[in-house]
Design a protein around this ligand. Sequence first.
Ligand SMILES: [Zn+2]
Length: 323
Amino acid sequence: MNTYFIGLDFGGTNLKAGLVCRENGVVSQITTIPTMPHEGPTGVMQRMAGLINGILTNSPAAKQSIGGIGIGVPGVLDLEKGSTRFLPNLPGNWPDIPLAATIQDQTGLPVHLLNDVRAITYGEWKFGAGRGASDMVCFAIGTGIGGGVVINNQLILGIGGTAGELGHITVDLNGQLCGCGNHGCVETYASGPAITAAGIKAVTQGLTTSIGKMADYDLNKITPELIAKAAQGGDPIAKDIYHQAGVALGVAVANVLVTLGPRRVVFGGGVARAGKLLLNTIRQTIDTRVKMMPVDQVELVQAKLGDNAGIIGVAMWASHRIG
Ligand SMILES: [Zn+2]
């Protein structure tokens, strides 16, 4: 009986892995090592295999109770081949790298890949804020905005696992250029860097706001978290920055609601820690805009699993695929 699966979160800075119990989602043996992406795919994959083999060696669980490995990857994948197609934030972008087969060879366990935010979505659905909802979507709001979709109790993959790129929903036809090449994506309005940039702009323009003082007049210290604190303290400029981000997110959520009719929308990532500051505006925006579905039945909730959501999710995905 396969009781445990290993989840590995492949980040641009760190590789983090843990042993996940498939019955309750509890993670143990969490280990983090630097990714060292400049070493290229061969070096990084060796480090990944070393990390996993270390967990296998030290695990109190019998090796035969560990059913396989899931790897959450920051980019576009070929799920059928188990290879990477385009990892935008890694040197060389990893075109057509046989990641699953390589790790399988070096660890002796079957490997399944999943986009990192689809992994967070799956984790939140299995054991977090999405639990019990047959239809849910997840927005993960951090450096970028990622997402994922579960419909009829199934993670929706689309072509090669690309379904759920909710950060790239257009909310302004003539909006600014996004990193993806499109104009007016919600990510350009509500990601962490977008909120930080709005705070920096307010301070450099000399607007009356406590943001500058709170950051000791050091622009590098302005973060979404600091602006959220200013807003919670009543600062009108900071409140407006979160209001604008919340309206943009609300429009994106409204588009998703009329497309999929989900019962629950989960918000994760660092920016979503602002909680009601963001969720109240999203709620007002969808209440105003969405008339074609019973929007009062849609729950907007904060993610629950925190930084381990990806590891839990991708391990459970491997469990789902391997059985
Ligand atoms: Zn975009």
